[in-house]
Design a protein around this ligand. Sequence first.
Ligand code: NAD
Length: 283
Amino acid sequence: TSMPSVTLNNGAAIPQLGFGVWQVPDAEAAPAVRAAIEAGYRSIDTAAIYENEVGTGQAIAAAGVAREELFVTTKLWNSGTRDWSGQQGRDAVRRAFDESLERLGLEYLDLYLIHWPRPMHGSFLNIWQTFEQLLEDGRVKSVGVSNFGPQQLEVLLKESSVVPVLNQVELHPHFPQHELRAFHAEHGIATEAWSPLGQGKGLLTEPELVKIAEKHGRTVAQVVLRWHLQSGVIAIPKSVTPSRIRENFAVADFELDADDMAAIATVETGERLGPDPQGFDWS
Ligand code: NAD
């Protein structure tokens, strides 16, 4: 495949475009991930809470692509009832990691993420210290975070010698996260966009984006994904429709010019689709 990679702060490389499987039922995950791998995707993003690690793992096993060519990410779920502090918390994190690997049917994971920081619990540092141990054990190649803000990243940078390889956050032209991206760049943390297509909602009918798509003979989804790539962001679009899965991957062979990039910047609304991670405590 001709998809460019981003080199992470530990030397590992992640394809800049990956395949996300949120809201894909377990039984549909296998055919969807299979279609993605056939289309050329080599990076897959799942999570324990998506409840489709089994189907995702089945597709990986059946794909006929060498394990080392794939980059598999999953995430540690929040649990409101569990106490993540102290040794009990550490044991729970290890158990959750083991269970995810087992459901995926993998010997090792490329990337494990803390799904949400839940700063009100003050436990993410303890979780991160357990991630450091998992890294030492060698069954995960890289560790990172999701939905963290600068406040939480500062704590990790100060208290830990392991810098998250990336922070996976909501990011799309409506909500481009300028400040967080600058913070990441300053500290060697890569930015990964979730809901990169704005969940297929209003973003894909923005008149400015439609114009750019027409100019290039592309779809709006392709223009948006191309914008992510040219912004240096890692993106993980989701679809269960094989033609769209292929369409979303076919963005390495055209380029947006400076006028296009400037026009895309004008659609920013500053509005999130998802919850504000600083107050989010769903479990
Ligand atoms: P997305 O922005 O990738 O949009 C997906 C939706 O857009 C599809 O369901 C479909 O309706 C539409 N779509 C896809 N391709 C299209 C095309 N070519 N043309 C027209 N419409 C198209 O949204 P997402 O699924 O929310 O995000 C992608 C991935 O990010 C998820 O699957 C998941 O892996 C990850 N994610 C992570 C978090 C987190 O908290 N870390 C939260 C949300 C999502």
